[in-house]
Design a protein around this ligand. Sequence first.
Ligand code: AKB
Length: 339
Amino acid sequence: MRKKAIFITGASGEVGHALIKKLAEDNNNLLLTLDLHPLPADIRHLTTHIEGNLLDNILLARMISQYEIDAMYHLAALLSTSSEFAPDMAHQVNVEGTLNLLKLAAEQSQWRNKPIQFIFPSSIAIYGMPEMEQSKGLYQKVREWEWNQPRTMYGCNKLYCEMLGSYFSKHYRQLAAEKPVAVDFRSVRFPGLISAFTLPTGGTSDYGPEMLHAAAQGKPYASFAREDARIPFMAMPDAATALIQLAHAPAERLSRSVYNVTSFSLSAGQIRDRVVAAFPDAAITFQPDMKRQAIIDSWPADLDDSAAYHDWGWRPAYDVDRAFDEYLIPNIKKRYGRG
Ligand code: AKB
């Protein structure tokens, strides 16, 4: 008899860390995780972990022979800066990996005559605003269907996979004699994420969390983003909540397959001010990398997440004050022994 499980890819990453903790709060959830890397020690006991590649079909087949997967949270991805340095690999991981899992979810939905849930984190990187002064300044809160012209490999990968997911949930095998049971694909577009417990690698919104963690460790930090660079952000616990809340939303309430979610919009200078207020000895300077800055400039200053609010009651628990004063600063101080 196969064991029922919730499957999480990219489990060793930042979102995986927060999501595993949150899902494990419910004892009924049996978690099965996959990543190229081992899990951080503090969450190892919460899940059955497989170290492996999501492009390894033999490994996936073996997994399916042992587990009945009800939901997949497909987090594995190369982030935006890393993807620019390794675009072929980004396409393999971000697109081929997703397609592989969508096919698996479709096959399992058919076998079990029941839609498998496929929860997919997308990103503000799917937006691309060509002329910062003319578009980013004018269009503050961007809606889901606007400015879908990414300028990064990662943004292209995410946008295409949103479309693939939607295709698998609506039209996959549409010409077959009998249309098979479809995958239940749902996606959120995340802003930059900030965690008190983990640091991102290879993203372009990393200057926010890097600034904060460096200051807490008493290390100087030179931001690769300009002081006035502005994008939306969200505290990591809200990212895990958004994924789970969307997974639990009744299907009939959902008017879209992809939703913006966000919390607060800050410039790099405003993040610096909050960091300095908490760590007065912080040595933060701005030494913009114009190439990475151009990517930041192409992302919207803020997101309109009203569709998520209307359809499934999305509201971040952490606005900017709660995020810094109640979650980030106290936990980071504890983490680095700063009082
Ligand atoms: C990145 O910077 O690549 C990510 C993202 C915005 O999706 N944090």
